[in-house]
Design a protein around this ligand. Structure first.
Ligand code: HEC
Length: 179
């Protein structure tokens, strides 16, 4: 009779093993999906570079935003190697610039297109004000995109901050006084 019991035991073992592995897979999936979106989406109102790219190219194309006042169209960078720039700002940022509010509010978005001397777009650098993201750095979220939207750098990017910190008193912005 043991032969009739054995298959049952095996079946039960199989079921419990199956259940356990399902649970493990589910946990791994949850873990990985969290990793994929990163820590940054934990809090409401936070975003990441990919989400922002969709927002600024599909939902609300940035080429239709105002430019920094006085910087309409192409202009030359003050930094070597002297790229050609375009600088778009959203309405929140524009209000700060025009009314000299001294500090950009949550949601302010500055989008700088970087062109080669023969006016080929090669880089898009972005500053996005995300409340609570990094108070010591005035909550700026730094992003470097390739023109196709590929994210090269994002978040608290030391390379950006170390240079822009020179104008921390102007809310980390070089182009003009906002005070
Ligand atoms: C070596 C210094 C330096 C570094 C590094 C640097 N920037 Fe800038 N950035 C500038 C200067 C100077 C300007 C003003 C425009 C100009 O003359 O090129 C500027 C302008 C900008 C602007 C327009 C707003 C403003 O400050 O006037 C954005 C957006 C920006 N940078 C983003 C970035 C991002 C993102 C990074 C990192 C990937 C970065 N920058 C790295 C010097 C730097």
């Amino acid at each position: 009779m043991s032969t009739s019991k054995n298959p049952n035991i095996k079946y039960q073992t199989f079921i419990s093993l199956f259940t356990v592995s399902c649970l493990i897979s589910a946990l791994l999936l949850i873990f990985w999906s969290k990793r994929g979106t990163g820590e940054l989406l934990k809090k409401e109102g936070e975003t990441d570079a990919q989400t922002l790219w969709t927002y600024m190219t599909v939902d609300n194309p940035y080429q239709q935003y105002p430019t920094w006042p006085g910087k309409e169209g192409f202009y030359e960078s003050t930094m070597p190697p002297g790229n050609i720039l375009k600088l778009y700002v959203n309405d929140l940022a524009l209000d700060t610039i025009v009314n000299k509010r001294g500090v950009f509010p949550e949601g302010a978005l500055l989008i700088k297109e970087n062109y080669t001397d023969d006016r080929k777009l090669f880089l898009i650098t972005v500053m996005y004000k995300m409340k609570g993201f990094y108070p010591a750095g005035h909550d700026w979220y730094w992003i470097k995109y390739k023109p196709d939207g590929e994210v090269r750098l994002e978040g608290k990017v030391d390379a950006c901050i170390n240079c822009h910190v020179g104008v921390a008193g102007n809310d980390y912005v070089f182009t003009g006084s906002i005070k």
